[in-house]
Design a protein around this ligand. Sequence first.
Ligand SMILES: N[C@@H](CCC(=O)N[C@@H](CS)C(=O)NCC(=O)O)C(=O)O
Length: 184
Amino acid sequence: MPYRLHHVRIDAGEHRQPAFLALNPHGRIPVLTDDETGVTLFESAAILLYLAEKTGRLLPREPAARWEAIKWLQFHAASVGPIIGQRVHFELFAKEKIPAAIERFRNLTNSVFAVLDSRLAQHPYLAGADYSIADIAQFGWMHIARIINFDFSQHPHLSAWHARVAQRPAVRKGITLPEPATGA
Ligand SMILES: N[C@@H](CCC(=O)N[C@@H](CS)C(=O)NCC(=O)O)C(=O)O
């Protein structure tokens, strides 16, 4: 689908400006606006469901597989994202290093890695046989985890899935966006 990408500069605080807060009062990326329908959305899981419904793609129609996809999409939104996000905060950014918080979110990260690994031991993709919006959602955090050395190499099925998804042409394009700032 044709789209226009707007790079919201978190480092410059653009996500705290009134123009952006009008789109997402919680001041977080991503946000989707659809000029065709006038729909504005925040929360990546809602955005993915919207795009899947609009295009009729990447969300199985058959009920069992469809609900598997939605379940794993929610697992991303409610568990994996917040847990890794808190680990990033306590381990990398918090000025005060709190050992109990660091240990808690390391343990929780390893626990969600293990859950994903066991699912992917049985199926090539999270919804089952086919790639879906559940994989797109999970890939985002898994890719960041790999980059910042939150190691999941001891989970072979999760690692193989990550490598498989990373090779998809649209994913390869997606991880290069937004393009590096030119300094302009
Ligand atoms: N649950 C939200 C999480 C969004 C989120 O936390 N985005 C981060 C970037 S990955 C952000 O905008 N952070 C800015 C901040 O925390 O000030 C989603 O899945 O869309």
